[in-house]
Design a protein around this ligand. Sequence first.
Ligand code: TPP
Ligand code: MG
Length: 427
Amino acid sequence: MAKKKPNHSGRQSSNGRGRGSPESKQHASSQRTYTIVDHRLEKPDFSLRQVRRGDGMVYEVEGDLSAPVPPIRDSKYLDKKQCVEIYRWMLLNRKMETALENLYKQGKVVGGVYFGLGQEACSCASAYALKPDEWLGPMIRNQGSLLVRGFSARDIMMQYMAKAGSPTKGRDASSHFGDIEKRNVVAPISTLGDLIPVLSGVALGARLQGRNIAVMTYIGDGGQSTGVTYEGLNFAAVQNLGLVLFVENNLWGYSTPADMQFRVKDLAERAIAYGIPGVIVDGTDACQIYDAAHEACERARRGEGPTLIEAKMMRMKGHAIHDAAEYVPKPLFEYWRKRDCIARFEKYLLGKKWLTPQENEKLIADVDRELEADRDFAVASPMPTPESAAGGTYCEGCHEVRPKYGTPKVKKGMSGFKQTEEAVHLK
Ligand SMILES: Cc1ncc(C[n+]2csc(CCOP(=O)(O)OP(=O)(O)O)c2C)c(N)n1
Ligand SMILES: [Mg+2]
């Protein structure tokens, strides 16, 4: 059976000239053009440059920061109930991080705290597009994705406080926890980019069990420069695996601005080199994020391969709690504060009357109440006993890994790659 050609919706055969003329035929054969789908309603036009000030160097913004805040783009797929649900996850995400900041200041957190302030729409609306039996590999700023996948704020706060009842039983602090049994979450890997081949492997594993599923992970504007990002995504592209990769371009990698990290105009352009679709979304617009994630997940489920989605936004705090982000030009914060993803979504929902002011107040009060109860429980719960330190971090003893999606349907006499391709298409 011939190998099925991937359908690269990002690539166009037309060079934009009229068809039929000798000139157009000549160009059609020698010239290729590619399309990067850009869903944004606003295209910020500024850059950062390094200038000398006194004995040191500082960053300055060049360009127009006065543009009005764009509206939220209506979703093609989300209904009222789903939008309100995503908004609630975003609120919980933000309020939980504020609580964690306070717990840190009270000396109750073991280690550092990482924030996704300004990126809640990206974490929550992306993970919302996955089905329960699909897989997620979050990074440190994607605590909202963890909430959507079924971890509670209590779990996350206990984890940061290294409590005995936390997901890693107090043996690992911060974000290194997942759940491969029930929630299908691969624990974050700090080595930037390493989650990409791991999630590709999860998709391959499901394929070998006869199912094409969507798997989602994230990488930053800094981390996307690593070699393993290329290797993992290239592998997914070649194998047509259902990887949905969010490149979270929050304009900073530690104190390095995105402008000093890569030369392409948009990171989504990198998709062209992998031969897969590249999409750009406004990372502060939950509807755009969900729609792009949903379309990429559907493509993954059809067995058509990976999608790279660049979400553009701004990291509204330092790298972690120890970093005051003094190197970020103040006007940049002001520009993005006006585009706060939660304030914009709230305004959108109220404007559409999908949420009345009273319902909104009640929803906010409910989130506060849930969070307070979780925080009080987490604070009051015990630290691990010294004897328990010898136990495993992620499991006690070895557990059996059973196939989740079934066993491969293989025809007699088939081998290798074709065998799995056939198995999937025979279904
Ligand atoms: C391979 C690798 N190199 C360096 C680091 C150290 N490091 C951790 S986070 C970080 C910055 C990451 O920036 P970005 O990818 O833009 O993600 P963001 O923090 O903005 O979410 C670096 C350099 C690492 N963890 N792994
Ligand atoms: Mg970054």
